[in-house]
Design a binder for this molecule. Sequence first.
Ligand code: AMP
Ligand code: MG
Length: 403
Amino acid sequence: MSGAPYFIPYGEALEILAQYPIQTQTEKLHLDEVFNRVLAVDLQSKVDDPRFDNSAMDGFAFRHIDSLQPPSLLSIVQTVQAGTGENLTHVGPNQASRIMTGAPIPEGADAILPIEFCKVSSDGKKVSLLQEGRKHFIRKKGENLRLGQTALSKGTLLSPSSVGLCATMGHSHVDVFKKLTIGIISTGDELRLPGEELGETEIFESNSFGLASLVSMNGHNSIRYNSVSDSIDNLRVQLDKAAEECDIILTSGGVSMGDWDLVRKIMEEEGDIKFWRVKIRPGSPPLFGFWKKTPLFGLPGNPASSHVVFRMLVSPYLRQSTEGGGFQEKKVRVKLAESLKTNRECLVLRRIKIDSSGKHLLAYSTGYQGSGNLNSLVLADGLTLLEPGHSGEKGTWCDALIL
Ligand code: AMP
Ligand code: MG
């Protein structure tokens, strides 16, 4: 072994990763292209939102004082639609303006009554207000955002609503971090692509597909390389190619202690290992280091483990290279509805279903927790964060990551 930190607590692994940030460039893109990208600047609004006082309802606008004793009979002086409304007539005593949602409030008016509580006379000249007017149906200028206000900060992963907000604020283009290119190399003699014929002892290769999906969820690009048989020479060729083409390399499989664990072996002999093995369950084998100056994560081969390790180690590393941006799991506090196995040394990440129908969030195991059982991850809403030595007894509280 290379002398690099070995079998370290999860927190220490994060600290080591933080020492090797990747410099990420930025680019300016049109809003059509920025969904799920990471914002590279603080973004200020170019307008007040709303831009002017406007109606939240279709109905009538009038002076509130004229509606205090319903029914109130008012004269209709005009109709104001959204998008029109220059030179509006002032609304005086016992007058009302027909108004549509989003239309500017004519001067004088300070209350709205929705159309369903108004009765218009047969000649269309008068309206009877059946209730008192509502002042809060006037949306006030700047009540959502002020001109110049920073509403989205650097590092935000742009969700559908935040892309909309960029437009609300008047930006047609925004600066985002360039996508990183992440190479994914699976290793193992037994792996065949789905769709191919399987030999007696062969299996379908699944990790590269799951990992590529996680990469795109984080707002980056992946290159899925053909899986490599368990041969040091083939692995070296593929790693060299990936180091040329990618910002980060992910391998899957071959990082345990076995004789055929060639990723570990080649990294020990020809790479630069920064840590190997982390105290998390599942997923303790991972390795982090550099192959010819390119950061490399050696993820475990077991499908559930490779996924969990991506979320626990690779996701934070990607976020750090985009100023905290990127896909981010949310944490909740759950009560164990059944006993789960914990560990004295390791952070235990059990796949759980979360029942939110009662007073507390209750956590149930998704069933057999074998590290090869991807289905148990598909069924999961979250992962427990049971600290080393934490009780796993039914009724215990712990944090959980929402998946
Ligand atoms: P390894 O870490 O190479 O010892 O692999 C651990 C287990 O995961 C073995 O049962 C492998 O067959 C399986 N495995 C490794 N890589 C993959 C992969 N890319 N897709 C699905 N299963 C895999
Ligand atoms: Mg293997």
